[in-house]
Each structure stands twice: as structure tokens, then as C-alpha cells.
Design a protein around this ligand. Structure first.
Ligand code: 5AD
Ligand code: SF4
Length: 532
């Protein structure tokens, strides 16, 4: 079925924005604290691609949940004879795993599909599919706007992708697998229509073999008025702890050292089995016992569920990163009320004091939406004040984007002009960047412990050859570190001395260990010696 098309003018990749939500794993050069609008991720080609029965091109936009979904889809399709190609012209199936959180991401996916139109007319045997949140949200609209699309599958129906591809190939026509809407039946039935899809772990699909996402929860029941996620990903459901543990053990056996637990409100995790309930803190204790796993991170947190129990677990468990991504969204009570976030700024402040008391030294990051319906200058000022006060490690700042199907779209006018949203976005970003820079300066001259991920973005961009290249990694608190290193260091946890910083990156040098186990800091304020 594969055919190589050498002279077709289709771009090798379609550019789709990638509004990644929170902050890991991510490239070293990504502007944390910025409005995130970077590129989509294209799954890298398999070495065995040429020999495979079918070839798959998959492009992913959006949050870590989507990255994980794509990993699962690829693993599943590999079992059905597919290998991944990074060139869509070579592919038998072209899949877009999409995001609906902001309009811009959707527009770019539709543009990418538009660019595919002519190609698909020329090569109708190639299967084009739209997966993920847009498939669930837009459903038939996708076929109207891009009539050549063969299949759509929502995030709760990804297990059906191989079957849909086969049906499209063998029978032609359009194929749809979506979950039930939030009012389409009894809660249990709706829940069952949103399946978690996590049975297959394939280390080849991960950005690095020693880091993995692990889903512990799907869906969301918070219904913030601006957010489309409760509609696209359905009711909140925790996965059984035994399943999560089993998956963590499989990952550890594959050489994975760091797991990032995923959930829309990950710290609200709760699993009831008869009269036994496992809380999020309880789950952390269970996962901490998995041999081989060295670091445990988790995103994204909900402020009201950042309990003392959770904070104490993070403090007591050395593998759990003292890094908390807890979106505040706004510093104004009135705006929070319109957003239906379920807490006040006072509650958020109390949470921050709880964190400082029980987990001193923790890095806290946040998300903010600027220009939400009716946001006044005064309300925006309160957000700036909150950022100044909380001194977040970084913040992701988003301009409000009205989403069909949400309460805000139905009841609140999107009446802050685009230029005002842009101006507020820039101002908040400037404040956050100054704070991030001040915060990072504390590290100059000190060693930090880094899980080395691989060559840095800069190294890849500049096509550095050989083994000695600039490497990148992250600290336990999720700070990005770059240093001159060696490819073979990937996967190691190393002390790096910090020499200089930007708001987003710590720049350092590897610290060597002497035979007497003393650490020698190379060129960090002279050769100082630290006890190991
Ligand atoms: N417009 C802008 N930003 C949004 N987010 C969620 N929905 C919207 C929207 N409609 C942001 C929130 C959330 C992050 C994942 O995306 O800040 O925390
Ligand atoms: Fe969306 Fe709010 Fe749920 Fe987060 S908590 S996914 S912002 S509805």
C-alpha cells in the first residue's frame, strides 16, 4: 500500500499550533511564562519504516494528555502492521490528534486539513483521520469543512482507530467514533462511552525512554465556564490504583526513571472500590514504592484540592517532585465567580501559605486567562498583583478564546477587545518573566540535580554533530537546565553547577566527582568543593 511521492508540493509537515498546557516535558528553549503557541509534534520515524506493511504519519497538538493519547494510538497501530514515518507524503494513514481548548489551535488544524485537500484528491487511497478533542467537539462539522476526511475519533474512543482505518480502507466512506455528550444519557452510560486507553506502553514513542506520562484520571467535572474539556473528555474518572501501579512497574522495567502523572485536576484523584477509597496522596505513597522510578511529577492541580495531606505526601516522599502546577486563572474574585472556578483569591492565597508552610522551597507555577468576559482594567490589575505576590516559577498566560458549548459562550459576552487582551497578555508576561529571572538568579553559583533528557533544542536546531553537544534536562522542581555535555549522559541524574540564567533556563556546567566522592564544581565561583 505504501508509495513514495517525490515531486508533490505538500509541505513535509503541516504547521499546527501547540498550546501545551503545563510545563513538562518541554523543550529547553520554550518560553515558559509566555502565551504558548508553538508547533505541533510530529511522531519521529521508525527505523523499520521502509519494511512495514503500512506507514503512519501522526501530528499532535495540545496538552500532555494528547501526547500520551498519540503514544497509545501509535503503539496500537504498530500491532496492526504500521510503522511511523515523519514525512506525510510517504504515509498510508495521516492522523491529526487535535486540541479544542482555544480557537487558534482549531483554526490551524483546519488550515492544515485545507492544505491536504489537493493531495488527498490525487491520492484518495490515503486515509486521513482527525482524532482527539476537535473530533469529539465538532463531529460532523469536520466532514463538512474537510469532506475528504475518512475518519474521526474522540479522545474516549481511540481504541477504535485501527478498526476505523481498516473500514475506511476496505469500504470507503466516512467513519465516526465519538463518546456520548454530557446530557446524552445516564451518568454511568456516558462514563462508559469515555474509555481510558492506556494498556500499551511503547518506549519507542516517548520523547525520551526514561520519561513517561502516566494517566491516572480522565475527564473533568469542574465545568469552569470558559472550558470545553468537560465536554470533550467527559466525566471525571479515576483509574484503579492497581492498574496505575502495574503500568508504573512496566515503565520502570522499560528503564523509565521519571513518571508524570496526568489528570485535568490530578490532585482531585479519588478511586472508590467498595468501602476502600484511594486518595491522590495514597496513590503517591503506592507509586513511591515502585523500584526503578526515581522521580514522580504530576499535573495539573486544582487549587481547592491542594490539601495538607497531599503536601505532606510530597514532602515525605523523596521521589515526588516539589513542583506544583496550580492554575489560578485570575486574581479577581468577580472574574473567578464568572469563571465558576469554585474558589476566591483568598482561598488561593491560603493555599499558597499552606504550600509555603508544609513544603517550603516548592516551585509553584500557574495558568492565567486574560481578557475573560467583562474583565475590567481593575480586575486585571488584581491578577498582576497576585502574580507579584505569589512569585510563581512560571505562568502560562492565555488570551480568552470563546468556546462553543461552554457556559461562558452561552451567557457571557466575549467583550474585551483583542488589542486589550494582547496588551494585558504582554504586561502579565513581562511581570512574570522579571519574577522568573529574579527567582532563577538564586541558583547562580550553586549545584542543582538534573535528569538529563538529551541534546538541547539549540543543539538540534544547529545540527550539532558528534557526541559532545549541548545537553538539556530538568531539576526536581522542573527548571530547565542546559550545559555542554555528552549524548551518553541522557537518562542520568547529574549535579550541574549553574553559571548563568534567563527567565526560562539555567545554564551550567557538569560537576565531576572525585575519587574521594567530593563534588568538584567546575568554574562555578571558582573550583569550590561541596561535600557529596
Ligand atoms: N480560552 C483561553 N484559555 C483557556 N484555557 C482553558 N480554556 C480556555 C479558553 N477558552 C486555559 C486555562 C487552562 C489552560 C489549560 O488553558 O488557563 O488552565
Ligand atoms: Fe477546564 Fe476547569 Fe476542568 Fe481545568 S478544572 S479542565 S479549566 S473545566
Amino acid at each position: 500500500m505504501s508509495c513514495h511521492i517525490s515531486n508533490f508540493s505538500l509541505p513535509r509537515r503541516c504547521a499546527v499550533s501547540n498550546p501545551v498546557n503545563s510545563s513538562q516535558p518541554k523543550a529547553d528553549s520554550q518560553a515558559e511564562g509566555s502565551t504558548i503557541d508553538n508547533e505541533s509534534t510530529i511522531a519521529p520515524a521508525d527505523s523499520a519504516c521502509a519494511a512495514a506493511k503500512y506507514r503512519l504519519y501522526i501530528e499532535t497538538v495540545g496538552c500532555q494528555m494528547n501526547m500520551l493519547d498519540s503514544e497509545m494510538v501509535v503503539a496500537d497501530l504498530r500491532r496492526h502492521g504500521f510503522a511511523v514515518t515523519a514525512d506525510m507524503r510517504d504515509a498510508d494513514a495521516i492522523l491529526f490528534n487535535t486540541c479544542s481548548v482555544r480557537e487558534q489551535a482549531e483554526n490551524k488544524t483546519y488550515s492544515a486539513l485545507g492544505r491536504l485537500r489537493e493531495f488527498k484528491l490525487r491520492y484518495p487511497e490515503k486515509i486521513v483521520g482527525v482524532l482527539g478533542c476537535m473530533a469529539q467537539k465538532d463531529q460532523g462539522l469536520i466532514f463538512e469543512r474537510a469532506p475528504f476526511v475518512d475518519l474521526i475519533a474522540g479522545p474516549g474512543q481511540l481504541q477504535r482507530v485501527p478498526e476505523l482505518i481498516r473500514a475506511a480502507r476496505e469500504r470507503g466512506g466516512r467513519h465516526t467514533a465519538v463518546s456520548l455528550g454530557r446530557t446524552d444519557g445516564k451518568l454511568e452510560v456516558i462514563r462508559r462511552s469515555h474509555e481510558t486507553f492506556d494498556p500499551l506502553r511503547d518506549p519507542a514513542m516517548r520523547p525520551t525512554p526514561f520519561q513517561a506520562f502516566l494517566r491516572i484520571q480522565i475527564g473533568c467535572d469542574k465545568f469552569c465556564t470558559y472550558c470545553v474539556v468537560p465536554m470533550t473528555r467527559g466525566p471525571e474518572q479515576g483509574r484503579p490504583p492497581q492498574q496505575i501501579l502495574e503500568e508504573a512497574r512496566i515503565l520502570a522495567d522499560q528503564g523509565c526513571k521519571e513518571i508524570t502523572l496526568l489528570g485535568q485536576t490530578v490532585n482531585s484523584y479519588r478511586y472508590r472500590d467498595g468501602d476502600r477509597t484511594t486518595s491522590f496522596a495514597g496513590l503517591l505513597y503506592l507509586l513511591h514504592d515502585v523500584d526503578g522510578i526515581e522521580r514522580i511529577k504530576f499535573v495539573t492541580n486544582y487549587p481547592k484540592d491542594m490539601t495538607v495531606e497531599v503536601l505532606n505526601a510530597v514532602r515525605e516522599l523523596r521521589k515526588v517532585s516539589p513542583y506544583l502546577h496550580v492554575p489560578a486563572q485570575s486574581g479577581s474574585d468577580e472574574v473567578l465567580k464568572r469563571m465558576k472556578r469554585g474558589y476566591t483569591v483568598g482561598d488561593y492565597r491560603e493555599m499558597m501559605s499552606r504550600i509555603r508552610e508544609h513544603l517550603p522551597g516548592a516551585a509553584v507555577s500557574s495558568d492565567f486567562i486574560v481578557g475573560f468576559c467583562g474583565e475590567t482594567d481593575e480586575e486585571f490589575r488584581m491578577t498582576v498583583d497576585l502574580v507579584e505576590e505569589c512569585r510563581f516559577k512560571n505562568s502560562f498566560i492565555f488570551k480568552y478564546s470563546e468556546r462553543e458549548g461552554t457556559k461562558a459562550a452561552a451567557n457571557l459576552p466575549d467583550n474585551v477587545p483583542f488589542e486589550v487582551k494582547q496588551r494585558r497578555n504582554n504586561e502579565l508576561l513581562e511581570v512574570q518573566n522579571r519574577i522568573s529571572l529574579e527567582d532563577n538568579r538564586r541558583f547562580i553559583g550553586t549545584p542543582v540535580e538534573v535528569l538529563v533528557e538529551g541534546p538541547s533544542k539549540k543543539s538540534l536546531r544547529e545540527g550539532e554533530q558528534g557526541d559532545a553537544v549541548q545537553m538539556t534536562g530538568r531539576t526536581h522542581c522542573d527548571r530547565i537546565v542546559v550545559f555542554p555535555g555528552h549524548r551518553r549522559l541522557a537518562g542520568q541524574i547529574l549535579p550541574i553547577g549553574i553559571l548563568d540564567v534567563t527567565p526560562f533556563t539555567l545554564m551550567g556546567t557538569a560537576i565531576t566527582t572525585r575519587s574521594n566522592n567530593d563534588l568538584v564544581q567546575l568554574s562555578v565561583s571558582g573550583p569550590a568543593i561541596h561535600p557529596s
